[in-house]
Design a protein around this ligand. Structure first.
Ligand SMILES: [Zn+2]
Length: 236
């Protein structure tokens, strides 16, 4: 995952620069674009114009490059609202792109898959990269990914009546077993890696000197420069 800043300076949402309800975001909404277009830069271009009425904080491609359009401390326009409020006031919004092998009908309400293998591979990569992005944001804002309402899909936010009633990205991710519960768990796993409690030292032979005094001097010098390591002299 890598973030490249491409702020949408002409987008009125960027210009309005409204802070989040509690000055910082409390979570992240995962979207998917709902059209068969894998290239995030196409969307970056479309949303960087004065006439745009929507803009998320970023668009991410399959390779994990996320183009950031809004600052993470300003509200975006990505989730609409429901009777209980709007995720735009509280959550960062990230759009994931969709592969070529998906075909939507003319109203965008139904889709078919023309290449299951390619779509599955794309979704699998996208899921992994989005997990990494969410872990990065969790660290930045001190969110617990398993706390209720922190990491949500647009679909879930809609059901909670805090976003418009869309189905993304679950409509595609679920098809290949990439559920939002799995998503939250994998983010948690990155932030809380399992350890056995054992410690491991790493050894490397650095230099061989015939003069013991010089060898000790060298070890002392390296110890100063690298206090996290333990430097000692041994006879070969
Ligand atoms: Zn959405």
């Amino acid at each position: 995952m890598k973030i490249i800043e491409k702020f949408a300076i002409n987008n009125p949402c960027y210009k309005n620069n409204i802070p989040f309800k509690n000055s910082k975001p409390i979570g992240m909404i995962v979207h998917s674009v709902g059209v068969s277009q894998p290239d995030p830069l196409v969307f970056v271009k479309n949303h960087s114009v004065v006439t745009s009425q929507v803009v998320p904080h970023g668009f991410m491609g399959e390779d994990g490059t996320m183009y950031q359009l809004l600052r993470f401390n300003q509200k975006g326009w990505h989730g609409g609202s429901g009777i209980k409020g709007s995720v735009n006031d509280t959550h960062i919004g990230i759009e994931t792109t969709e592969p070529k092998g998906i075909k939507y009908n003319s109203t965008g309400t139904a889709f078919s898959i023309t290449d299951e293998t390619a779509v599955k591979s794309f979704v699998s990569n996208m899921f992994k990269q989005t997990v990494e992005l969410a872990a990065y944001l969790c660290k930045m804002f001190d969110w617990d990914p398993l706390d209720d309402g922190i990491l949500l899909s647009h679909n879930e936010a809609g059901k909670r009546k805090i976003a418009s009633g869309h189905v993304d990205p679950d409509h595609i991710w679920d098809r290949y077993g990439f559920t939002m519960d799995k998503f939250r768990q994998e983010v948690y796993n990155i932030l809380n890696p399992k350890t056995t409690g054992k410690m491991y030292g790493v050894m490397k032979q650095v230099i061989a000197l015939s003069d013991e005094g010089k060898a000790k001097q060298y070890a002392q010098q390296m110890q100063k420069e690298d206090p996290d390591s333990y430097w000692f002299v041994m006879e070969k």
